[in-house]
Design a protein around this ligand. Structure first.
Ligand SMILES: [Zn+2]
Length: 194
């Protein structure tokens, strides 16, 4: 399922461009206090990407309010970083998705492919299968899914919904844009009540 793309540096540059777009749009909105937002980017040490991932692709785009007395940090949604998680979002998604379906991949194979140990990959499965379905995001946004199939488990249901074209990069873009709201602080908050 398009795992090769994740080892391609050009793909990560493409995702960085999408993040720049998301940051630009958040910047236009400005701070809640009315102040202007400035770039407050910082480097992270993400795992799971290609060995030759350029330094710039490790940049978490972030914004800071320039107004004296506020200086609030605003971290916009991302298509690459899932909150504070060390592994990159597409990796966290793909490894869990590859455990499902008609020919699930062995833990050992995935562990070699993404450089994550079994316990970490098992935690990603729990994240998508048990935690994510309970989030406020999913309860609202599932209605917007193209080609919904309620019978399928997550995250495979998202694979079926988004990986529909002959262009894997487009498919990834649509999936990751859809998921980007869960990457900010509070984005994985579990819905209260139903
Ligand atoms: Zn402010």
């Amino acid at each position: 399922m398009h795992g090769d793309l994740l080892r391609d540096v050009a793909f990560w540059r493409f995702l960085l461009d999408l993040d720049r777009e998301l940051a630009q749009s958040a910047r236009k909105d400005g701070c809640l206090c009315g102040g202007h937002l400035h770039a407050g980017n910082y480097f992270r040490n993400p795992r799971g990407g290609p060995d030759d991932l350029p330094k710039e692709c490790c940049l978490r785009l972030s914004l800071c309010c320039g107004r004296e007395g506020c200086r609030k940090r605003l971290t916009p949604p991302s298509v690459r970083f899932l909150g504070p998680k060390v592994y990159l979002l597409p990796v966290i998604f793909l490894a869990a998705a590859m455990r499902q379906g008609p020919s699930p991949r062995a833990m050992r194979e995935l562990s070699t492919l993404f450089g994550a140990d079994r316990r970490t990959i098992a935690r990603w499965q729990v994240l998508w299968q048990e935690h994510f379905p309970q989030t406020r995001f999913w309860k609202v946004e599932r209605a917007r899914l193209p080609h919904p199939n309620e019978a399928l488990l997550l995250p495979r249901a998202l694979v079926v919904a988004f990986f529909t074209s002959h262009n894997p990069r487009d498919d990834w873009e649509r999936l990751l844009r859809f998921l980007s709201p869960i990457t900010i602080a509070g984005g994985l908050t579990v819905a209260i009540g139903r």
